[in-house]
Design a protein around this ligand. Structure first.
Ligand code: DOR
Ligand code: ZN
Length: 346
């Protein structure tokens, strides 16, 4: 019998870009509609570096929530070489901050204030290991001689593995993994290690982005990889291994900044993420594994309770995906995988 209905504990998004101001007001309702909570990325301009910055940003998010929404932003701090370990400790102790984000300097959008010299952040990492605060890692090296398609795999060997060995007990989330190498490294890790996976990396490979014309709305970082990696990511996501959970990396940019001679990186997946994931898990014959991936393994890693309410997904006629969401900062093109998505949130 084919299944056409699925009820899950309400999901959370363990990696989300909400931006600020008019853009945030426009995109926030699309996450709040399906997700109870989200780990909010701190790569604003200027970045969210201190506990005070995070408290102010949280207040702005709460003020922008739609009427009646209980969406809970889980705040992060942007790790810089000047980050004060005691500020991190206090922000975590108060419950305000749930993770610290590591961007290697220059790796992606607004990462210029990120880390160049890891010796300079040693004190912060040691405090984090002591108090159990997760480090969310954008895992790509930035050396210009390393090919963009190799940057994740090289990062694991050159940076991530040495960093974890040097800081025993540090809890690490390998964010938005895109390669077989990253999936294997995460699967082989202990309980201090987890990995998030995005919707676009489960649905697409680089051919989808580049064959027959360049599709800027599929351009994100880490970049979509060779097709052989995608099945490994689907296998990890649908395995029921609690080390793998959802982080959409939904990253809105105004459409004209992506359809551009030098287009921005990021896929705006929030409105369609749950429908697309149901499609992927259904195609993999693994609908019974979706709830763990979207709603149970993330809270377990972060030491938070699972959500109490539920959402229902239904299968039927192909989902009509709107071209764009209007925001006060311009239209933002909605991720469309270019093939039918038969599931929707009821
Ligand atoms: O595609 C991406 N967009 N990857 C990132 O790491 C950052 C994000 C953004 O902020 O736009
Ligand atoms: Zn991101």
């Amino acid at each position: 019998m084919t299944q056409d209905r699925l009820t899950l504990k309400r999901p959370d998004d363990w990696h989300l870009h909400l931006r600020d101001g008019a853009m945030m007001e426009g995109v926030l309702p699309h996450s709040a509609e399906h997700f109870a909570r989200a780990i909010i990325m701190p790569n604003l301009v200027p970045p969210v570096v201190t506990g005070n910055d995070a408290a102010a940003y949280r207040d702005r998010i709460l003020a922008a929530r739609p009427e009646g929404s209980a969406f809970e932003p889980l705040m992060t701090l942007y790790l810089t070489e000047a980050t004060d370990p005691e500020d991190v400790r206090a922000a975590a102790a108060s419950g305000l901050v749930k993770a610290v984000k590591l961007y290697p300097a220059g790796a992606t959008t607004n990462s210029a204030s990120g880390v160049r010299d890891f010796d300079k952040v040693r004190g912060v990492l040691e405090v984090m290991a002591e108090i159990g605060l997760p480090l969310c890692v954008h895992g790509e090296v930035t050396r210009p001689e390393i090919d963009i398609f190799d940057r994740e795999a090289v990062f694991i060997d050159e940076v991530l593995d040495p960093l974890r060995r040097a800081t025993p007990g540090l809890r690490v989330v390998m964010e938005h993994i895109t390669t077989a190498e990253a999936a294997a490294y995460a699967a082989a890790g202990d309980e201090t290690l987890a990995a998030t996976i995005t919707v676009q990396h489960l649905m697409l490979d680089r051919n989808d982005m580049l064959v027959g014309g360049i599709r800027p709305h599929f351009y994100c970082l880490p970049i979509l990889k060779r097709g052989s990696h995608r099945p490994k990511l689907v296998e990890a996501a649908t395995s029921g291994n609690p080390r793998f959970f959802l982080g959409t990396d939904s990253a809105p940019h105004a459409t004209d900044t992506k359809e551009n001679a030098c287009g921005c990186a990021g896929c705006f997946t929030a409105p369609v993420a749950m429908a697309c994931l149901a499609q992927v898990f259904d195609e993999a014959g693994a609908l019974d594994k979706l709830e763990g991936f979207t709603s149970r393994f993330g809270p377990a890693f972060y030491g938070l309770p699972e959500n109490e309410d539920e959402i229902t997904l239904v299968k039927g006629a192909a989902l009509e995906i709107p071209d764009a969401v209007e925001t006060g900062a311009g239209p933002v093109t909605v991720f469309n995988p270019g093939r039918p998505v038969q599931w929707r949130v009821a």
